[in-house]
Each structure stands twice: as structure tokens, then as C-alpha cells.
Design a protein around this ligand. Sequence first.
Ligand code: RIB
Ligand code: CA
Length: 313
Amino acid sequence: MRRIIIDCDPGHDDAIAILLALAHPDKFKIEGITTVGGNHNVDKITDNLLKLLTLVDKDIKVAKGAKSPLVCPLVTGEEAHGGTGMDGHNLSDIKFKPIAKGAVEFMKDIITEASEKITLIAIGPLTNIAMLFSTFPEVKEKVELISLMGGGINEGNKTAAAEFNIYVDPEAAKIVFDSGIPIVMSGLDVTNKAQMYYTEFKRLKGKGKVSAFVNDLLDFYSIFSRKFGYDKGSALHDPCAIAYLLNPDIFTAKKYHIDIETTGTVTRGMTVADRRKLPEGRLNANVLLDLDREAFVNMIFNALDILDTECNS
Ligand code: RIB
Ligand code: CA
């Protein structure tokens, strides 16, 4: 049983990643979910998360986090995720409230009080995590691993060089990648291959309310996907950070030293992989490069079947 905190900006693919984790209480004890400004402002992001948790009736602690990145103003992902940050569904009910504590204090308390190490799942900009490590550096020794969606050693999506989560807050990403904590990096190298094909969406129909919700999300998200050249399917970026922990064998990976460009004009937010031969101790990230796509998609469908059955019972 891995004790985890999920830091997120739902976000269509964040929602699917959270559902994937929720479907496996035998593998993950979700100590809490923290929100960060990214796909939209942190208020909308938090509402989206509370609507998702209401849909599946999971009363998990939610702590609201950073409104804006460490240095620059927030750049949202509205072009991909819509005016709410998670357009396409018709959920409106919210039966849970965030706790009073902010995300950083909440994460510090959970990690400090835990009898064993905690795994951080970071699937949005890294602002909260960077603030945690900067404000409470002592917690780093109790973080087992950071499994994050971000970056790409061969491509960007927000710019030619940078992936969105890193681009939004490169200063935060540099703090996290320099933290000394083991990182599994689900960058675009693997997440752009982690596609659910449009032809596979039909497997979501007629199942249950959770699958119907995901079908609504992907119907909306596929508009952006097709517009930006994903001709076969939608890339499910964030679920890779959870799927790796469920079954690392479906992925191929290579360790690199990753540094973050914070001052470039064309390259700000780039995750720079040092391809030279380096001592093992310098290799700060296990970078996922490929996956068994069908096995990945089946993990998603299996998780939705579990949650549909649970919600219909
Ligand atoms: O580049 C993909 C990332 O940006 C994902 O985390 C998605 O949710 C968006 O935030
Ligand atoms: Ca995200």
C-alpha cells in the first residue's frame, strides 16, 4: 500500500488520473488531494475536483494551493480545457468542501506525521511542491518518490521547447528537480503515445455514470486533440504518473540528469536532458520514453469498470 498525495489542476486528464488512483484502494492510500493554478485558476480547479469527488462519493481531504506560479503570472490551459478548466461534463453537485489549511501546510503535516514515507503525485504545475520543499525542507527526507507528469526531453507542447506544467512554473520545477528526491518523469515522450484512440471511446458508452462522465470529458478534449494534430486519439498525459506506479512493466524508461531552463526566451520551461555519461548519483529522474498503449488503455477501462460497479451498487 503506497501512501500518496496527489497535487493536480483538473483538468480532463487529471480527472482520469485521479479516477485511476481511486479505483485501486488496495494499492494507494490517498492521504489527500491538493490543487494548484494551471489549466485554470485554482478556484475553478478546486471546484472541478470537488465535483469529481462528489460524482464518485469519495470524501478525501482537499486542500487548495497556489493561485499563481512562484515568479510569473499564471498562464492557463484554457485553450485545451475550456472556460471551466474541465469543460464537457454536466456535473454541478458539490457535497464536499476543502479543508481550511492550505495545500503546503496540509502536505507538510501529512508527511511529518506519517509513520512511513509518502509518494507525491504531481500532475499540474509544480508550484505547491516547490513551496513545500522551500518552506519545510525537512520533509524531503520523508518523501519516497515524486511521480510527475511534466516536461519532455525531445518535445514541447506549450512552446516548441516546453511542456505546459513546466512552462507555467519553471522556477518551481527547478526546485523540484534539484531536490534530490527520486523522480519518475512522465514527459511528453511517453504521454503523447499514451493515447486513447477515438475508435475506443465507444467502449465508454452504456457502462455507468463514471464512464459516461469520462466519455463527456473526452468528447470535449478530443476537439482540442484533433485541432493540434492528434489524428488517432487523445493523449492521456496525467494518468501515466499513476499507471507507472500500478504497473511499471508496461513502460520503458531511462535515467537522465534533467535540468530546467528558467532564463531562456525561446527555451524557458525546457526540461534539458544531459545525454553525456554521468555518475549514477547525478541522474535525478527516471524518464519514461515508451509504453504498451493497449495495456495502458485497458488499465483505464478496468478502473472505470470498478468505479461504475461501485457507484451503481
Ligand atoms: O502538458 C500536459 C499537462 O498540461 C497535463 O497535466 C494537463 O492536465 C495540462 O495541465
Ligand atoms: Ca494536469
